[in-house]
Design a protein around this ligand. Structure first.
Ligand code: UD1
Length: 358
């Protein structure tokens, strides 16, 4: 009988990693894959859109938890996951990244004494005021197997006493990009966005930026003065923040083009042809590196330290002057390494799981 793997996901970046993992698991008949969607992201353009784009099967379990305070959200997820885990009885639970769904999955699985593997283990921002940092620490301290994307992640795990459980597999989310060269075509809407001259792609959704009026104002000031046109797919959290603080992106719509969150492949095309990206998203930092496009990080730190060390990402914080100076000096470094892996993370993860369970 096939061993049962249960993936717990809930937020946009996890659907991307899930797509890569689902594809890798499909190549192994000895492993049966089931999916739980916690419901952390529920807007179609943050959730269904990705299931459609990656031809993922509908989740076997949909918890529909929705948006709450972090403790309420995680609490509800743990409660509902407990019932799922009792029914599904998986041989291994897979959790991904660092969202509230990751932390809830870790707690629920280990309270049921199930074997737990964390994909994207070992990343640290060394700042416990970041909600994702708490989720990373919970996931790694409870996981039995750590799939680490980078050498720095392996070192971080070793410092916390995890060595034998660690597999340095490379970054799973980039598997999709390595496998799709050339990439699937983008939509007419994305083609239209890219057509009108040099631009930077902006994404901003981290709590440290959206929930702090002065940081947000400093970022907006830089964006308005950007020497390049700005294309801004706006996360719902940012829309709410702008309303709450009575701020506006830009009323003219000429210099700053705000659009709804975009499909995965449209985003990749927009990154590939951008002069640079301006972002607080770890996913966009990695994808910019993949496409050899420089990223300006509007955060005080990033866990993707290799990308910064190689000169492909620049930490600018929420500082108007620093952001503008990075924007005006944007250049592609001469060197580009393979510090985020080689597109075979999913295969390495499956090999490890197979060796443990079959
Ligand atoms: C979450 C993750 C973050 C990840 C991001 C990707 C945590 C702590 N954060 O942040 O690591 O990078 O997803 O997008 O888990 N909302 C909607 N529609 C939705 C989902 C959310 O409108 O489908 C709004 C709600 O007002 C909600 C807010 O966005 O309160 C924030 O959503 P939440 O899931 O808490 O965190 P994200 O900012 O999306």
């Amino acid at each position: 009988m096939a061993a049962k793997i249960l993936s717990i996901v809930g937020a946009r970046p996890q659907f991307i990693k899930l797509a890569a993992m689902h594809r890798a698991l499909a190549s192994c008949p000895a492993l049966q894959h089931q999916i739980v969607h916690t419901g952390q992201h529920y807007d179609p353009n943050l959730s269904d859109q990705f299931f459609g784009e990656f031809a993922l099967p509908q989740p076997d379990f949909a918890l529909q938890v929705g948006s709450e305070s972090h403790n309420q959200q995680i609490g509800q997820m743990v409660q509902k996951l407990d019932t799922v885990l009792a029914t599904a009885k998986p041989d291994l639970v897979l959790i991904y990244g660092d969202t509230n769904s990751t932390a809830a999955g870790a707690v629920a699985a280990k309270k049921r004494h199930l074997r737990l593997a964390h994909i994207e283990a070992g990343l640290r921002e060394f700042n416990r005021s970041v909600p994702e940092e708490i989720n990373k620490i919970i996931a790694d301290s409870l996981a039995d197997i750590h799939f680490a994307p980078t050498a720095t992640a392996v070192d971080n795990l070793a410092r916390e006493g995890h060595t034998d459980s660690v597999v340095h597999c490379g970054d799973l989310s980039l598997d999709l990009l390595f496998a799709a060269q050339p990439m699937p075509a983008c939509t007419a809407a994305a083609t239209h966005l890219m057509a009108t001259g040099p631009y930077v792609l902006l994404t901003c959704h981290r709590a440290a930026n959206t929930d702090d009026r002065s940081r947000l104002a400093a970022i907006l000031a830089a964006v308005r003065e950007s020497p390049y046109r700005v294309i801004w797919p706006m996360h719902p959290r940012m829309r709410l923040a702008l309303q709450r603080w009575s701020m506006a992106a830009d009323s003219t719509g000429e210099h700053i083009t705000v659009v709804d969150p975009l499909p995965f492949w449209d985003t990749q095309h927009l990154i590939r042809l951008a002069h640079g990206t301006l972002t607080d998203s770890g996913g966009i930092i990695k994808e910019s590196y993949f496409h050899q496009v420089p990223a300006i990080v509007i955060d005080d730190q990033t866990e993707w330290v290799e990308v910064v060390q190689e000169g492909w990402a620049h930490i600018a914080g929420a500082d108007t002057t620093r952001i503008l100076s990075c924007l005006s000096g944007l250049e592609r470094p001469l060197q580009h390494g393979q510090s985020l892996g080689d597109g075979r993370a999913g295969i390495r993860i499956v090999e490890k799981i197979e060796s443990l369970l079959t």
